[in-house]
Design a protein around this ligand. Structure first.
Ligand code: AMP
Length: 191
């Protein structure tokens, strides 16, 4: 199974992705995690990315497309994957279409987790407190939400126009949201 999880920062993408990984035996391709690992390792890309992430802005498309292209070529993706945090711009979505077409593969489901903005702010600020600020970018909540509205929300429209998008209400508990996602995936499998 190949999935894309969309949704603003704090919507619970990471939590749901991890659960789907365990349930379906697929790999989670979190571009945020990849960038944080590169930053921790102190690679040139990682160092540049860290400054951008700390400001709450987006790493350039060409860098992200290269990272995801290399990641898709690793053999552990052959059983399926869940993209978490990519694509984040329409240019990335278009590039992903080409990458998948070149590999002769398609996406099974694109799920957008929707949450009210006030709730998102509280969640992101709560996470910043819990982690003692280890995720430097949690400090830049306002920028991250603004970047989401401006650059990433159009990605949902891109897939909606193609008739591929399923919105999932992310306001409930982790279990509620999981149940909605599972119901949709079951319906797709039975269709
Ligand atoms: P995340 O963990 O998905 O919230 O990502 C953390 C940060 O990494 C984001 O705020 C961006 O600065 C950067 N990032 C992650 N994925 C992407 C992407 N697909 N395109 C551009 N920047 C990204």
């Amino acid at each position: 199974m190949r999935l894309i999880l969309l949704g603003p920062p704090g919507a619970g993408k990471g939590t749901q992705a991890q659960r789907l990984v365990d349930k379906h035996g697929i790999v989670q391709l979190s571009t945020g995690d990849m960038l944080r690992a590169a930053a921790a390792a102190g690679t040139p890309v990682g160092r540049k990315a860290k400054a951008i992430m700390d400001r709450g802005e987006l790493v350039p498309d060409d860098v992200m497309i290269e990272i995801i292209s290399e990641r898709l070529d690793r053999p552990d993706t052959s059983n399926g994957f869940i993209l978490d945090g990519f694509p984040r711009t329409v240019a990335q979505a278009e590039a992903l279409d080409k990458l998948l077409e070149y590999r002769g593969t398609t996406i099974d489901a694109i799920l957008e987790i929707t949450v009210d903005e006030k709730v998102l702010r509280d969640r992101i600020e709560g996470r910043a407190k819990e982690t003692g600020g280890t995720r430097g970018d949690d400090k830049s909540t306002a920028t991250r939400l603004e970047v989401y509205r401006r650059q990433t929300a159009p990605v949902a429209d891109y897939y909606r126009k193609k008739g591929m998008l399923k919105q999932v209400d992310g306001m409930g508990s982790v279990e509620d949201v999981a149940a909605l996602i599972d119901a949709h995936l079951r319906a797709l499998a039975e269709a």
